[in-house]
Design a protein around this ligand. Structure first.
Ligand SMILES: [Mg+2]
Length: 236
């Protein structure tokens, strides 16, 4: 069985009542308030929700040993941050056609530091991401040490047929598996081409489709993560 199938099955376990039952009580007012705060203001039909760590960047305590990483300090911990190759051009291109949202399971403080790094490096602009959601907006399953990103919070004036989430952890979007585009972990490899592959997939198949879930189901659920057939051949 392929790895992605294993991960999807593992993620589905989290949808069972013993885990879903642990979700915070149905505070309808808070939920509706969040939906109002996260309303879509851009005219684009489709929305891309990006995970941060190991999808767009890599942050680790050990020096990545290249010229591309930058050192930061969060909560007295020193971290080295590297951005995934092609991040700037891919994000810039996609932002002309899609609403982009950043959704990290990290803390607000950590997210702010990383965003400042990306701004400082001129990789993103102040308005590149329409929204930044953090751990506060995730549903935590302590037994599994997993933070689940609940896309329902984005549905005030968006539809699930128009939202994709790109995340290296399938479990992160267990509540919306049909909206998830799995991507391989970025660990600092500066020859990585995944964002170029992703851009091509999004522009070709997702941008003008009727329902992203149909496209994702056909492409990924019986397949493997977004990755090159022949690694190491360079980006086209
Ligand atoms: Mg991640």
């Amino acid at each position: 069985m392929s790895k992605i199938k294993d991960e999807v099955q593992e993620a589905m376990i989290l949808r069972q009542p013993e885990f879903i039952g642990n979700m915070p009580g149905p505070d309808k007012m808070v939920f509706q308030l969040q939906q109002m705060m996260f309303v879509k203001r851009l005219p684009f039909k489709k929305t891309i929700v990006f995970d941060m760590d190991e999808t767009l960047i890599r942050a680790q305590t050990k020096d990545l040993g290249d010229n591309c990483s930058i050192q930061i300090n969060v909560d007295n911990q020193s971290l080295y941050v590297a951005t995934r190759p092609h991040l700037k051009e891919v994000i810039e291109n996609l932002s002309k056609h899609f609403e982009l949202i950043l959704f990290t399971a990290g803390s607000q403080k950590y997210a702010n530091v990383i965003i400042n790094v990306l701004l400082f490096q001129n990789i993103i602009k102040e308005d590149t991401f329409a929204l930044t959601l953090t751990r506060n907006e995730c549903f935590e399953v302590p037994e599994k040490k997993v933070y689940i990103k609940d896309l329902a919070k984005l549905l005030s004036n968006r539809s699930l047929e128009d939202i994709v989430i790109v995340d290296n952890k399938v479990q992160s979007y267990t509540l919306h598996l049909e909206n998830g585009i799995p991507i391989s972990d970025f660990k600092g490899d500066q020859s990585d081409c995944m964002l170029k592959e992703l851009e091509s997939f999004l522009m070709t198949y997702v941008l003008n489709c009727d329902d992203v879930r149909t496209v994702i189901r056909e492409r990924f659920h019986n397949s493997v993560k977004l990755q090159r057939a022949e690694p190491g051949t360079g980006c086209e």
